[in-house]
Design a protein around this ligand. Structure first.
Ligand SMILES: [Zn+2]
Length: 325
């Protein structure tokens, strides 16, 4: 398979010449965005690197078509080791601790290590230098899956590890102290208060999450004459169980089983139910991609078609080839 064009191997030679790097044992993504991932298939193929990551990124990296998130990498690759929040590991003489660091995206880690006497926090795209009023600069992208307390979790975590240096996902490492982190924490609490002010009572997290109802996989691949399995997944942010009734809306000639899905999602939890789509043999698609929708009622309230999925139509007998391969 040819390498994707966005990746240029620009600094490995320098690492070898200037720092005596012999081999790339492990590559660890800070988070699930393609501008941080597109060299990973190259490192696996050409350098024999393993990939270790925070456990909640595994399915996104191995099965990017499953998810409707911002900037996933189209090319799937294999994860060798999944690490949990709070897990520690050793590499050569260094000790690392990995923590969940949501905010920029739910699927992001922070990695802590002491290197040459500096306590370094590798924080991906969570926090950058140069925020207003002596704070760290942060960002907010709802398609990345962010909850009202995501940034608070990350900044508290950062404060607890007392880093002296932040190595962000873009730009140079920069020094950090407690006053900057505390001021940032106050801003993150203020941000949460603003979310609560703008969104209806009890509905803050639903308002922030465009995919609390979602189809998995988000991008399916099917041919006329085939039956495809999908899942409807629901995230319930309420402190009580929530009833969901939903119908998958597909082209009129297709059949959907079951016709409606009715189930309860646990308080502050997730639930999913399978469904099957059957495309009649000989069905002619007007375009190579077809949208399906989900018509939803939650606790007796009709919400309309609030989620969607994509079905890429391939020729019958075209194997399981992914588009673009
Ligand atoms: Zn990013």
């Amino acid at each position: 398979m040819p390498d994707r064009i966005r990746f240029v191997e620009h600094n490995i030679g320098e690492l070898q010449r200037r720092y005596g790097m012999k081999k790339i044992d492990v590559a660890m993504p800070s988070h699930m965005h393609d501008d941080h991932l597109n060299g990973f298939p190259h490192l696996i193929r050409h350098h024999g690197a393993q990939v270790w990551c925070l456990d909640n990124m595994v399915d996104i990296l191995q099965n990017p078509r499953g998810h409707n998130l911002g900037c996933t990498l189209g090319e799937p690759f294999k994860v060798t080791r999944a690490l949990r929040h709070g897990e520690r590991f050793k590499w050569e003489e260094y000790e690392f601790e990995i923590t969940h660091s949501p905010g920029h995206t739910e699927y992001q880690m922070a990695l802590f290590a002491t290197i040459d006497g500096a306590r370094v926090a590798f924080t991906g795209d969570a926090f950058f230098a140069g925020g207003r009023e002596n704070t760290l600069r942060h960002n907010l992208i709802f398609r990345n899956h962010v909850e009202s307390d995501s940034h608070i979790k990350s900044i508290r975590n950062l404060i607890a590890h007392e880093p002296t240096l932040i190595a962000p996902g873009h730009g140079k490492p920069f020094p950090v102290d407690r006053a900057i982190m505390e001021a940032t924490a106050r801003r993150m609490f203020e941000q949460q208060r603003l979310f609560q002010e703008v969104l209806p009572d009890g509905m803050v997290e639903f308002g922030l999450d465009p995919s609390w109802v979602r189809v998995y996989p988000y991008q399916m691949l099917a041919a006329p004459g085939e039956r495809q399995r999908g899942e409807l997944r629901v995230r319930n942010y309420k402190p009580s169980p929530m009833k969901v009734e939903a119908a998958i809306v597909a082209p009129a000639e297709w059949s959907v089983e079951p016709e409606t899905l009715a189930f309860e999602t646990p308080a502050r939890g997730e639930a999913s139910r399978p469904f099957h789509l059957s495309i009649p043999r000989g069905w002619r698609a007007v375009s190579p991609r077809v949208a399906i929708a989900v018509d939803v009622m939650s606790d007796g309230r009709y919400l309309g078609q609030i989620a969607e999925g994509i079905v890429d139509i391939r020729e019958p007998g075209d194997g399981k080839r992914e588009p673009g391969e």
